[in-house]
Design a binder for this molecule. Structure first.
Ligand code: PAF
Length: 286
């Protein structure tokens, strides 16, 4: 069924009016925070919000504070028209796409720092990344006042950081984490896949293959994390275009490495494929 196009809002004042009216009318607000360059992974979050909420807000903001100085902020794909076309299959009520100067006006001096789960892995490889994520996510929560916020499990550590922040700062929002959506050949959907050359795209498949192999070993009764990791490392080492940043099996709440896989754990991976940095994860056991 065709849906009417969303209201595209750039100004904070205008967004506040729409949100205030929705709250007054007792509507259940769902927010899907994104940086745009939407793919079926994002659309699965939109579909969940559409099912569960009266007012669906998608935010599109390429957030400068979560990119390191040598990262891809400048070249990150900005494809608003295409994003709006993709959303037309869904009931999206509002697309909030503010300017950087409005989100970070001169003099802005407050950042949100989450310790613990934000420190290892992505936190160690990308210093300051989660400070930027937590800050923008809290600002987007304050602006959109959602009952429910939708995130993809593909960014597993991000979901833990957001949950921790919500708990610690008493943010009245339910954080919903939806499964990773993959291409038919296993590659986890990501806006950064657009950077991959054909050869890199083929090479990148070793990451999901290694994760699936790990999950299969655990299903087959192997509970020793070291042995599972060794088998995964062996697969990835066979693909010279892939430079591993980390590969680990971690606790789903603390992100600490586990030695024995006796309950739910996640295999997590980050690697450079050519010049593109990719992350992925897969649940094991549990
Ligand atoms: O996952 C993302 O796209 C971003 O980190 C988020 C949550 C929209 C914050 O900028």
């Amino acid at each position: 069924m065709p849906h009417s196009p969303p209201q595209v809002i750039r100004s904070i004042a205008e967004l506040r009016q729409v949100i205030t009216a929705a709250r007054r009318a007792g509507q259940r607000i769902g927010v899907v925070p994104t940086m745009g360059a939407l793919h079926p992974g994002h659309l699965s979050l939109v579909a969940a919000a559409e099912r569960e909420c009266d007012l669906v807000v998608v935010t599109i903001f390429v957030n400068p504070t979560q990119f390191g100085p040598h990262e891809d902020f400048q070249k990150y794909p900005r494809t608003l028209d295409r994003d709006l076309a993709l959303m037309s299959a869904h009931r999206v009520d509002v697309v909030f796409t503010p300017a950087v100067e409005d989100m970070y006006p001169p003099g802005a001096a407050t950042m949100i720092e989450v310790a613990g789960a934000a420190e290892p892995w992505e936190g160690a490889c990308r210093p300051g990344h989660f400070r930027g994520v937590a800050t923008i996510v809290l600002k987007l929560f304050n602006l959109t006042q959602p009952d429910v916020a939708y995130f993809g499990r593909k960014d597993l550590q991000q979901t833990l950081v957001v949950r921790q922040m919500v708990r610690d700062l008493d943010v009245p929002v339910e954080v919903r984490v939806c499964p990773t959506i993959r291409e038919a050949d296993g590659l986890a959907m990501s806006s950064r896949n657009a950077y991959l050359s054909a050869d890199d795209r083929r090479a990148a498949l070793v990451l999901s293959r290694a994760l699936f192999h790990g999950a299969e070993l655990v299903r087959g009764g192997e509970h020793d994390a070291r042995r599972v990791l060794a088998a995964m490392h062996k697969l990835i080492a066979g693909e010279p275009r892939v430079k591993l940043e980390y590969l680990a099996i971690v606790d789903p709440v603390t992100m600490a490495e586990v030695g024995q896989i006796d309950s739910l754990a996640y295999a997590i991976v980050a690697a450079r494929v050519g010049t593109t940095r990719l992350i992925d994860n897969e649940p094991l056991g549990g």
